[in-house]
Design a binder for this molecule. Structure first.
Ligand SMILES: Cc1ncc(COP(=O)(O)O)c(C=O)c1O
Length: 387
């Protein structure tokens, strides 16, 4: 049976070049970067290279990159760090209903600490409703947090339009972008957009798990959330995950070097999968924008009359790995909060599956997946109707 991995928004398989660099780090660069001797200095040099590689993708300075344990920690550091540093300037925060839980839960905790949070709605394609952002901003607003690429259905945030709205706010609030799904695949230049904080994660880029980074615009004040030895310019104490950071640096460099061709290739895979499914299997819908406002590496499809998780496991039996999207809703049913925020019909939410790609996925894999779906979907529909 083939193994076809189309769940790359959940995590990716680490590239061979990354594994090789990490093995070398474990074996040779085992020093503590804070140590004064040669072993320590060698490890520090490797961190420097990785910092430069990550910074280059964002056209930022290396001193603006703070390594963390991943996207969740980067989002937590950005949101808690900024809110707690600016609490005297205001207590109003803005984010959207379609964010990742590592953003939403951080805001919910801040609400319990006495901040007011506006959760902006999204439209039926998952795009943030911009006039609501304009309406929500007030002189009390200290932070706006919007994701770059939505992890469930691929909507790409209209960053230029958000910039224009924030530019007219007085005072301009800090702007955080959760770029975990877009980093090194779509260009993002924080200094050009006036973005203050950008989160990214290694394991979405064919790099290692448990490592990520936060871009922190130079001069921005954040309250550290981990205190101790003062590593990462005092923003994130703890001995650095040297092999992980080296792996992140290599993964970022390689992904960025090929991003134009890679996105074009994945865009073709996405169109092929969507077009074939919609033409060859009745009662199927694509969720999220299907034009240039949708990222090339994420496709969310609904198969009416079937529960997503049942289809997921049936595909798994054929060697195809996909995802239903996100965690459970309050009702206990596994319905995505993002699709719910888009106001999609319950049957469309329940029957949703996410297919997500890396540049090494092939047309043959897509065709095999379509053939599996053509076989499984009618069977499951028949079975569901009979019950
Ligand atoms: C948009 C987004 N933000 C944050 C995260 C969390 O990243 P990590 O798994 O590195 O903590 C994810 C991971 O699924 C994500 O998709």
């Amino acid at each position: 049976m083939p193994e076809i991995y189309l769940d790359n928004s959940a995590t990716t398989k680490v590239r061979q070049e990354v594994v090789a660099a990490m093995v070398e780090a474990f074996q040779k660069n085992y020093g503590n970067p804070s140590s004064a001797h040669r072993r320590g200095q060698a490890a520090e040099q490797e961190l420097k290279k990785a910092r430069a590689a990550v910074a280059q993708v964002l056209a930022a300075g290396p001193e603006e990159i703070c390594f963390t344990s991943g996207g969740t920690e980067s989002n937590n550091l950005a949101i808690f760090g900024l809110a707690r540093a600016r609490v005297r300037q205001g207590r109003h925060l803005i984010t959207t209903q379609a964010e990742h839980p590592s953003v939403l839960e951080a805001f919910r905790r801040l609400e319990r600490e006495g901040f007011n949070v506006t959760y902006l709605p999204v439209d039926e394609e998952g795009m943030v409703v911009l006039h609501e952002l304009e309406r929500a901003l007030s002189p009390e607003t200290i932070l706006v947090s919007t994701m770059h690429v939505n992890n469930e259905m691929g909507a790409v945030a209209p960053l230029e339009a958000i910039k224009a709205i924030l530019d007219s706010a007085k005072p301009r609030p800090a702007w955080h972008i959760d770029a975990v799904q877009g980093f090194a695949r779509l260009p993002l230049v924080p200094h050009r957009l006036g973005v203050d904080l950008v989160s990214l994660s290694g394991h979405k880029l064919q790099g290692p798990k448990g490592v990520g980074a936060l871009f922190v615009r130079r001069g921005l004040r954040l309250e550290a959330q981990l205190v101790g030895g003062g590593q990462e310019a005092g923003l994130r104490s703890g001995t650095e995950n040297v092999p992980g950071i080296i792996g992140l640096g290599v993964a970022a460099r390689l992904m960025w070097a090929q991003h134009t061709e890679a996105m074009a290739h994945m865009g073709k895979l996405k169109s092929r999968l969507r077009e074939r499914v919609q033409a060859e299997i009745p009662d199927t819908y694509a969720n999220g924008p299907q034009d240039e406002r949708g990222a090339a590496h994420i496709l969310n499809l609904s198969f009416l009359g079937i529960r997503g998780e049942v289809l997921l496991h049936a595909l798994e039996e054929k060697g195809v790995y996909v995802s239903t999207g996100s965690a459970c809703s309050a009702h206990g049913a596994s319905v995505s909060h993002v699709l719910e925020a888009m106001n999609l019909a319950p049957s469309r939410c329940e029957g949703a599956l996410r297919f997500s790609f890396v540049p090494t996925n092939t047309e043959e894999e897509i065709d095999y997946t379509v053939e599996c779906l053509k076989e499984i979907v009618p069977e499951l529909r028949l079975y569901t109707r009979r019950r």
